[in-house]
Design a protein around this ligand. Structure first.
Ligand code: GAP
Length: 467
């Protein structure tokens, strides 16, 4: 982990947040390369979840959340971790993460009994701060998917099964943030709420677990480093009938990368019922008929159903850490030296190609390199860099370390024969390629990086039947 953290800082992937003022625990900032990697991972998820399917719509909802949403979702009462204090050194710990009955900081066993600590951050909305002005920073992106359920159904006429996908920030006041970006207080989630007819939920749950495993594999997180954890009943979240966690062998141990929960009709049911109750109280409704407001109506039978929901919920930051950890390699070279290489899948690489003139500031070489950069950039496949350093060896080493799949060298021969040397990051092999063929070469490489075999691969005939 230390080597990875050092690389992230040195090369501009991830920095400690608020660093020049001493840092703020549990917060990190993504630097020039980190933001590209993170965006590429999110884009890959969005492409798979939204663009590649016809049964999922996207959403980008607010972060500030009315207390009622999180009251009726059950978070106000249950979104807690067990907190213990050390009476001697005043440090605070999560009881379920203590390895013994001693304080990990000072060794004292003078610890308090565990008490529930609610992880939600509160803030005040508007200029007057009073008991009615407070709001929460959302602890999961999911709740506004549920509160927008009717808006999405009404505006898209979706029929079951269908999903709503969202990527965005979530906030949790973790008692002990740790392990770099693994457990932080501000993070991003990629969440899909996939609504299905009750009775088909268990089958969909299984199918989503398989789909998610194959997506992680496609991001370079190898199946052999992933394990499934069927969460036992006494550990399930308050909303879940069954949860399967995808566990990854992080540098600090086997931990959750993504959770796939069967949330049943808990959330829609709860918000429906409480909406109806509120409407009855304010005389909008006379009885409880509208219990099923957050429901869908079958076009043939006209029956209203509160759907069940399967929720694959992945952490972006944990994803970035897993992808970096998988890609990070220190290789022995033939000459006895070593090289550090980030073997990232090309579609995730922050920089897709570096174009390097052999001689710094040489007009003909730099002009040609600049035109190649512009042409490749037009493909809109990601960032292409013009690197006018004049030190090819140093550029190769830097681009190996940041995971650039291709380095394109423009030399004096280029000016004669309109071809360039393309160096492959993984094999270090150099190939002479005509400039006119570079676009296709880069395009093929990025497209090959994503196999698209996941498309409906795990859908059973029964599932297609219930579409
Ligand atoms: N909506 C369901 C939900 O939020 P969760 O298991 O609490 O479920 C889902 O969170 C994912 O969010 C986790 O699998 C993890 O990847 C990520 N996550 C949760 N807490 C986190 C934290 N403090 N820091 C970084 N990522 C976190």
């Amino acid at each position: 982990m230390e080597e990875l953290v050092a690389l992230c800082k040195r090369r501009g992937f991830i920095f400690q947040s608020n660093e020049i003022y001493g840092g703020l625990q549990g917060l990190y900032d993504y630097g020039p390369l980190g933001v590209e990697l993170k965006n590429n991972l999110k884009q890959s998820w969005w492409r798979e979840m939204v663009f590649d399917r016809d049964d999922v719509e996207g959403l980008d909802a607010s972060i500030l959340t009315k207390p009622n949403v999180l009251k009726f979702s059950g978070h106000e009462d249950t979104f807690t971790d067990p907190l213990v204090d050390c009476r001697d050194c005043k440090s605070r710990w999560r009881a379920d993460q203590l390895k013994s009955d001693k304080c990990p900081s000072c060794g004292s066993n003078n610890l308090t009994d565990p008490r529930p600590f609610n992880l939600m951050f509160k803030t005040s909305v508007g200029p007057v701060e009073d008991k009615d002005s407070f709001a929460y920073l959302r602890p999961e992106t999911a709740q506004h998917i549920f509160t927008n359920f009717k808006n999405v159904v009404d505006s898209t006429s979706k029929q079951l099964p269908f999903g709503i996908a969202q990527i965005g920030k979530a906030f949790r006041n973790e008692i002990t943030p740790r392990n770099f970006v693994f457990r932080v207080r501000e993070f991003e989630q990629m969440e899909l709420e996939f609504f299905v007819a009750p009775g088909t939920d268990e089958q969909w749950h299984e199918s989503w677990v398989e789909s998610r495993l194959s997506w992680w594999d496609e991001q370079g997180v190898s199946r052999k480093n992933l394990e499934l954890y069927h969460v036992p009943e006494d550990e399930l979240a308050h909303y879940s009938k069954a949860t399967v966690d995808i566990m990854y062998k992080f540098p600090h141990g086997l931990e959750e990368l993504e959770g796939i929960a069967n949330r049943t009709d808990f959330d829609l049911g709860s918000h429906s019922k409480n909406q109806a109750d509120l409407d009855i109280q304010s005389n909008v409704l006379e009885n409880n008929e509208s219990n099923a407001r957050l429901a869908t109506q079958d076009q043939e039978t006209k029956k209203w159903t509160v759907p069940y929901v399967i929720e694959p919920s992945a952490g972006v930051d944990r994803g970035v850490l897993a992808v970096l950890n998988e890609a990070y390699k220190v290789e022995e070279l033939d000459d006895g030296k070593t090289r550090t290489v980030l073997n990232l899948k090309p579609h995730l690489s922050p920089i897709k190609a570096a174009v390097i003139p052999l001689k710094k500031n040489h007009e003909g070489l730099v002009d040609t390199a600049s035109n190649i950069k512009k042409d490749l950039q037009k493909l809109r496949l990601g960032r292409v860099l013009l690197e006018n350093s004049g030190n090819i060896g140093k550029s190769y080493r830097r681009h190996d370390e940041i995971g650039t799949p291709l380095c394109i060298t423009v030399d004096f021969e280029t000016l004669e024969d309109k071809s360039v040397t393309v160096r492959d990051r993984n094999t270090m092999q150099q190939t002479r390629i005509e400039i006119s063929k570079l676009s296709k070469y880069l395009e093929d490489m990025i497209l090959k990086s994503v196999s698209y075999t996941h498309l409906r691969a795990h859908e059973t005939p029964e599932h297609r039947g219930c579409r």
